[in-house]
Design a protein. Structure first.
Length: 180
């Protein structure tokens, strides 16, 4: 059975939830730098190019979301500071960043070509992302993929019932505040 978009709610869409965490330009550029090995605030500030307040907000959010782990360090004679290391949750974003990079290399690079080359450390060959199924058929494109409801799919009626329950709870809370 194909997923009929109107039959299922998008309230628990994992793409949207992921974008809530990393779906902003400065956040993605912070992650780019973290994958290049940058760990310290001043290095992020120099390489990312956003204001320090914005950078601070993005680093705190990524730490709060468990993507980066703040680790204290102290240089001799200096105050304690924090460096940011990718967690496993952060490392799991690598294929997503590579997919963006691969798209950019194909559609947004200068005439001279991509600014960065990625190669396999063991053999030296260029790396590329490719979609495959569990039987290793591929590379696949969007036209090769069938979208079906997953185990967490919520029928639209369930979404409306949940929204009605939330609205009722909000209304009760407002009435309780008014009565107090």
């Amino acid at each position: 059975m194909l997923l009929h978009r109107d039959d299922y709610s998008a309230d628990n869409c994992t793409i949207r939830r992921t974008l809530d965490v990393v779906g902003e330009k400065w956040t993605l550029l912070v992650l780019r730098e973290a994958f290049y090995g940058v760990r310290r605030f001043d290095e992020f500030a120099e390489n990312v190019g956003c204001g320090r307040a914005i950078l601070s907000q993005r680093l705190k959010k990524l730490a709060r979301e468990g993507v980066l782990s703040p680790t204290p360090y102290r240089e001799p004679g200096q105050r304690q500071r924090v460096e940011y290391r990718l967690t496993q949750k952060g490392l799991d974003l690598y294929p997503a960043l590579l997919a963006l990079m691969q798209w950019g290399d194909r559609h947004a690079a200068d005439a001279g070509g991509p600014p960065v080359a990625l190669t396999h450390r063991d053999c030296g060959e260029p790396i590329a992302l490719a979609l495959t199924c569990e039987r290793r058929h591929g590379p696949l494109t969007a036209r090769d993929v069938e979208v079906t409801p997953g185990p967490g799919a919520r029928p639209r009626a369930e979404r409306n019932a949940a929204a009605d329950q939330q609205a009722a709870a909000d209304g009760k809370a407002a009435a309780d505040r008014k009565a107090a």
